[in-house]
Design a protein around this ligand. Structure first.
Ligand SMILES: NC(=O)c1ccc[n+]([C@@H]2O[C@H](COP(=O)([O-])OP(=O)(O)OC[C@H]3O[C@@H](n4cnc5c(N)ncnc54)[C@H](OP(=O)(O)O)[C@@H]3O)[C@@H](O)[C@H]2O)c1
Length: 320
């Protein structure tokens, strides 16, 4: 099969596309042929050597895809060849075939296409646990999302708005500002010089997946407010003095999606809740940007450039 791979950590030029050995499935695995593979910020951290990655020679990035089951292990029950599937936590996904442990496979309802599933999968399940396990806001609360028009940001903003929460956020361009407003945000700040002057310590929760903004997040969270820190898209966070946090009775909550997807039951319950927002029409993801898998370097460069608005998908060449 063909795969996007690398043999040393570094910038996007380490990525290569070519022939590697097909995976062999165990008795409790499905062999899946991805239609769409999700590119995530964690794939950038992994390529740079800053994040856990499955040991493999060569390294094959990617943990998320949606596609079709083409072979089934002997002990697998309740799955058939031809079933459509999403997975968000299975390694070696940047390839034409992936061995998926059956507990990690999420069966797709008829109304969810493989393209939509890959568009909302990992980022949507992230937005769901950030909102419903970490932030736990109530109707009428005010929250702020840094990078509100990013992949996680867009879905989080729409989920919170549907839950009755007032959402504000920040963006780098006017196009992103318009998109965030269209998706229901109350107030979207354009990050031009001095923009922070308009912000007061009024937010019940500040969602920070940017990292370098952590000090600002604590400043604009109110007394007894919460900062949900979940990523470093803008660089590592500064060191925080916990005495300052204590002085404001604030909470810093953190979390990794994988700690919220530890069983088949959890994956199914959480994806059902996510798909329900889609079926009700209250979460409408923007169109993904699609690259052929063979053009993985271009896709990494695009994600790292900060130009993207929403999901980036890779398609194995024969589908592109
Ligand atoms: N904890 C978890 O389990 C988990 C799971 C998935 C993702 N994540 C994290 O979530 C974050 C977002 O991921 P994503 O897939 O949504 O990526 P994305 O689509 O690239 O979005 C990242 C956003 O960050 C904003 N940003 C970048 N640098 C910034 C800066 N210096 N100041 C303010 N905003 C900045 C960008 O918005 P502007 O263009 O407006 O600057 C961009 O829209 C990443 O840190 C990722 O690692 C965490």
């Amino acid at each position: 099969m063909k795969a996007l791979f690398f043999t040393e950590f570094g910038n996007s030029s380490v990525l290569k596309y070519g022939e590697v050995a097909d995976p062999k499935i165990s008795q409790s695995e499905l062999l899946v042929k991805p239609d769409y593979i999700g590119l995530n910020f964690a794939d950038i951290y992994r390529r740079r050597g800053n994040y856990h990655i499955e040991q493999h020679d060569p390294y094959i990035n990617g943990y998320e895809a949606a596609g079709t089951v083409v072979e089934i292990g002997n002990q697998v029950k309740n799955w058939q060849v031809g079933d459509r599937v999403l997975f968000v936590d299975v390694p070696l996904a940047n390839a034409e075939l992936v061995a998926v442990p059956v507990d990690n496979a999420i069966k797709l309802p008829a109304k969810i296409s493989t393209k939509l599933a890959a568009t909302i999968g990992l980022q949507g399940l992230t937005a769901d646990f950030l909102a419903h396990d970490l932030a736990l806001n109530k109707s009428g609360d005010q929250v702020f999302i840094h990078g509100i028009s990013g992949g996680v940001g867009q879905l989080l903003s729409q989920i919170l708005t549907a839950d009755g929460i007032q959402v504000s956020g920040s963006v780098s361009t006017e196009t992103k500002q318009q998109l965030a407003m269209k998706q229901g945000a109350d107030h979207v700040y354009l990050r031009k010089p001095g923009w922070q002057r308009g912000l007061k310590a009024t937010f019940d929760t500040v969602f920070d997946g940017v990292g370098s903004t952590l000090q600002l997040s604590l400043k604009i969270a109110k007394r007894k407010g919460k900062v949900v820190f979940f990523g470093m898209a803008g660089g590592n966070p500064p060191r925080i003095d916990l005495l300052d946090v204590l002085g404001q009775s604030q909470t810093i909550a953190t979390g990794d999606l994988w700690d919220y997807l530890t069983s088949a039951q959890e994956r199914n319950q959480r994806s059902t809740r996510l798909f329900d927002y889609i079926s009700r029409g209250v979460v409408q993801p923007s169109e993904p940007t699609i690259f052929p898998l063979s053009q993985g370097k271009r896709a990494h460069d695009f994600l790292e450039s900060g130009q993207s608005m929403g999901k980036i998908l890779l398609v194995p060449n024969e589908n592109s």
